[in-house]
Design a protein around this ligand. Structure first.
Ligand code: NI
Length: 167
């Protein structure tokens, strides 16, 4: 399973909107496997297909310490959101930046599994935060969008500087 190159903020390709998955075939399974491989290698706790420039509504998550609780959500839809919580977030597309973001504390989501099965599941804690963060990616939204314009432009400058240093 190869790892896929991750797009970095402020790359405009991260602003693309992903389309629903309609065919649950071998190509989709390969994509899901590659997303997990890319996320575990990075290492990170969540990755959306948009972050590797694949415009499909597919996200992978694993918030477990032992990296043994893989979760794949395809075509996720938010059904319910309860409470509010401010938690520090990071993103593989915005490396080394961590900022607090306010999200719902618990959510109910309907999604398809990699085999096409439809599931409704409740999430809370870190998992709820992570699912909301990854779902944003599918609509071209990043966690830095919740910060002030000043903070976001500072992060943009820092990212551009980091890119220049690695080129
Ligand atoms: Ni992210």
């Amino acid at each position: 399973m190869p790892t896929l190159p991750i797009l970095y903020f402020p790359n405009p390709l991260l602003r693309q909107k992903a389309s629903p998955v309609e065919v649950f075939d071998a190509a989709l399974h390969t994509l899901v496997d590659d997303l997990f491989e890319t996320m575990y290698t990075a290492p990170g706790i969540g990755l959306a297909a948009v972050q590797v420039n694949v415009l499909k509504r597919v996200i992978v998550i694993d918030v477990s310490e032992d990296k043994n609780a893989p979760l794949c959500l395809i075509n996720p839809e938010l059904l319910e959101a309860h409470g509010e919580e401010k938690v520090e977030e990071g993103c593989l597309s915005v490396p080394s930046i961590y900022e607090p973001v306010t999200r719902a504390q618990s959510i109910k989501v309907r999604f398809r599994c990699r085999n096409g099965e439809t599931v409704e599941q409740d999430f809370d804690g870190v998992l709820a935060i992570c699912v909301q963060h990854e779902m944003d990616h599918l609509d071209g939204k990043l966690f830095v969008d919740y910060l002030s314009e000043l903070k976001r432009s500072r992060i943009r400058k820092k990212m551009e500087k980091m890119r220049q240093q690695t080129l």
